[in-house]
Design a protein around this ligand. Sequence first.
Ligand code: ADP
Ligand code: MG
Length: 361
Amino acid sequence: MIGLRGISKSYGPVTALDGLELDVREGEFFCLLGPSGAGKTTTLKTIAGLERPDSGTVLLDGEDMAGVEPYDRGVAMCFESFALYPHKSAYDNLASPLRSPRHRLPAAEARDRVHAIAELLGIGFLLDRPVGLLSNGQRQRVALGRVLVRPARAFLLDEPLSHLDAKLRQQMRAELKAIGAVQRTTTLYVTHDSVEALALGDRTGVIRDGRIVQTGTREEIWYEPRDTEVARAFGRPRINLLPGTVTEDGGFRSPDGKVELPVRAAAPAGTEVLVGVRPRDLSLTAPGHELTGSVYVTEVLGRSVEVTVRLGGQHVSLVAPRGDTAGLRPDDPVRLTVRPENLLLFEADGPEGPGRRIGKR
Ligand code: ADP
Ligand code: MG
């Protein structure tokens, strides 16, 4: 439905997009995840026609958008910077898309639509106020409402919840996908928050340096990250990545020999690798392959506890239920377990970039 083919865009010496390829399917909620500066906003602006790519093609419903004006593309974009009329009321900001010639609605219908969307976004009580007097979080919801209020071929949402406080963000995240307009409409949602991407995206594309490095469902990205950087981008605390080499029998051994793991690497003995294990996949009690170490530090995270464990010269982090960690003190010996199927294996990171995932035998 949205197709980007080999899109490149530079601003002077800065390459914002570098041969970007992207396909968002009809009706899909697609998250574009990447750090600041990765090219997310430029991608949306290029689709909306607000930036002209140096090369490449933007397709909407298979139609090449070269030379098609933004207004005629039929996509609705919500900007990071809100782009609202500060002196007008929230109501007028929300209603203005419904006054454009193309989407004009009878006044009563427009009013109902504005009120309905404002209620969904929890800003119904603010409609009379000038947008300039609202908080950032309230303004951001007005900006989102302005996008959702009228039908569009696609919604392009640029970090639309980033200015909300944590609690409201979580609540809106849950509600956003339930909004009928969002369910019906192809949505490209930009975020730098991996939790948000995993929660919302039917699929997620990970963008880095103006390119998509991996696209997949949450399961694909979580269990089959393309490289160490994608693995690091998802999950808090971060995935543990331990350096070592592949042994003769396809196992893993750390340089000091203190950590050995049955990874069944599809790589020759001696290959320098990083073995990845997520903190929630290490346990103090479950059956599995055993490792021994000592407690370095513990930190309570609500109902669970993050325990940092020293394994030879390495530190690994694990998250365990509070009950499993009672009485653990720094320097206490500790036994951890991991199920071999939860181990990920990567080439070592190198000057050419993050290490690629290696398959298992
Ligand atoms: P993101 O939204 O992922 O943070 P952007 O798409 O805004 O990233 O920017 C990608 C890169 O392009 C950044 O290095 C940014 O500084 C640069 N850039 C974006 N817009 C402009 C502009 N109008 N002029 C100059 N550089 C820009
Ligand atoms: Mg941006």
